[in-house]
Structures are given as structure tokens and as C-alpha cells.
Design a protein around this ligand. Structure first.
Ligand SMILES: [Zn+2]
Length: 240
């Protein structure tokens, strides 16, 4: 039973230019020194470190800190932004894979609300992304993570049809489920206000994980009622 953590960009207080630049994204950008403290405290534990979006900090900050402590990460990339300012370059994606990190997809364009897309649009997101990563990495066994936690049967089904293997969600759980013979793996999000103790608690305390799971289930109900204003209150409920 591994605990899978979900990070995004690793930044400094003066430079948060890596990855998406919107209000929702900033709450997930973890400060470099806090990140290193967390990795130091967590090494040796049964953990998986995952990273979403594809910001250049995967290469410039996250990977080197992980490597310093003998850890490897799982980096999910929104492929449309490769080689654009603030995001990984094609070369950096290759180097990360060469250093033993695992690369996966985080869709092509990172749709704000994935469940609003038609089945064809969902398929295009996964198809384009799979092709791009397959070409860069010469690798067919690629995992994926779903943007903004909008998991649905169609989204998972289309990703599998396009060739993806494991499915990573934003549901805080340590139980791996199966969907059409593919692993569906839950994750616990780490955000910018968390202390090392907070992160350690997720890993060490079943009670803490249960609390996060209950909040998540509650938010899923709210998500259906509130629609687009959901993102704004999500952070408040999850982290306070
Ligand atoms: Zn994302």
C-alpha cells in the first residue's frame, strides 16, 4: 500500500514562472526549500512522488532534489505546452526519462473542465498527447493523470483506447482499483501552505487520510451543484 503524493510546480518566492499562471495553479506551487525538506523527511517511506502539468521546474528543481535523495518521480505533462515559455522542452523531457524518472500524460491542452468535452474531443486530447510522448520517448507504456480531478468513465475509457496504461486520479485513496484491467491510482495533493508535518501526517496517519477522503467525497457532491465556481471553494475546504 503506497501513498501517492501529487505535486505540481516547485518554485521560489521570487520566481513562480514555471507552469500555468492562474490563481488556481498558484496554490499548488510548492516552495523549493519546503519541497526539499519534505523529500528529506519522507525518503525511505513507501511513497510515490507525482507531478502534474509539465512546468519547467520539473527539470530545473524537482528532479534534481529528488535525485539528491535517491528518489525518482513520475512526471505528468500537458503536451501542448512542451517547448513554450515556463514549460519543459522536448530535450528536458528526454533527459528526465534518461535519468530514470517516469513520464506520463496530463492530457494535451489541460481542459479546465474535462467532463464538458464531447467524447470526440476527449479522444483527441489523449490521442495527440500519446503520439507526442511516444515520439519523444520512443516508449509505448505511458501512464496518465487526469487534469483538475475530473475523472469519468468516458475520460478513462478514451485514454485506454489511445494506448495509456495506468490511470492516476485526484481521489485521495491508497486503494488501487481496476478499470478495464488498468490500474486506477488515487493521490493525495500537496499544496503551497502545507508544512513538512502536514505532509508526514498524510503518509503516517490513516485518520488524516480518511479525513481527506471524506472532504473529497463531500466536494464531489458540491462540484455537481456548483459547477464552475467549485474550484474557488475547493481549495478553501481542502486545506483549512
Ligand atoms: Zn493539472
Amino acid at each position: 500500500m503506497s501513498v501517492v503524493l501529487m505535486y505540481h510546480d516547485i518554485v521560489t518566492t521570487t520566481d513562480k514562472s514555471s507552469g500555468f499562471q492562474n490563481k488556481n495553479a498558484f496554490q499548488y506551487k510548492v516552495e523549493e526549500s519546503a519541497f526539499e525538506e519534505q523529500i528529506k523527511a519522507l525518503r525511505g517511506k513507501d511513497l510515490v512522488f507525482t507531478f502534474d502539468d509539465g512546468g519547467e521546474s520539473f527539470y530545473t528543481k524537482a528532479a534534481s532534489i529528488l535525485e539528491k535523495y535517491g528518489v525518482r518521480g513520475l512526471f505528468f505533462i500537458s503536451t501542448k505546452y512542451i517547448d513554450t515559455p515556463g514549460f519543459l522542452t522536448t530535450e528536458q523531457v528526454k533527459v528526465l526519462a534518461d535519468k530514470g524518472h517516469i513520464i506520463g500524460s496530463h492530457s494535451h491542452s489541460h481542459p479546465e473542465i474535462f467532463t464538458k468535452l464531447s467524447k470526440e474531443e476527449v479522444r483527441e486530447e489523449w490521442r495527440k498527447s500519446y503520439e507526442i510522448l511516444k515520439d519523444i520517448l520512443e516508449e509505448k507504456d505511458l501512464p496518465m493523470s487526469i487534469p483538475n480531478g475530473y475523472a469519468s468513465k468516458i475520460i478513462m475509457e478514451e485514454a485506454i483506447k489511445c494506448g495509456f496504461s495506468d490511470i492516476y486520479t485526484s481521489q485521495p485513496t491508497t486503494k488501487t482499483k481496476l478499470f478495464q484491467k488498468h490500474n486506477v491510482i488515487g493521490r493525495y495533493v500537496v499544496h503551497d501552505n502545507m508544512t513538512t508535518e502536514d505532509v508526514l501526517r498524510i503518509v503516517n496517519s490513516k485518520g488524516c487520510r480518511l479525513k481527506m477522503a471524506l472532504k473529497w467525497h463531500f466536494l464531489n457532491v458540491v462540484k455537481g451543484v456548483l459547477g464552475e465556481s467549485y474550484e474557488t471553494i475547493k481549495a478553501h475546504v481542502l486545506y483549512h
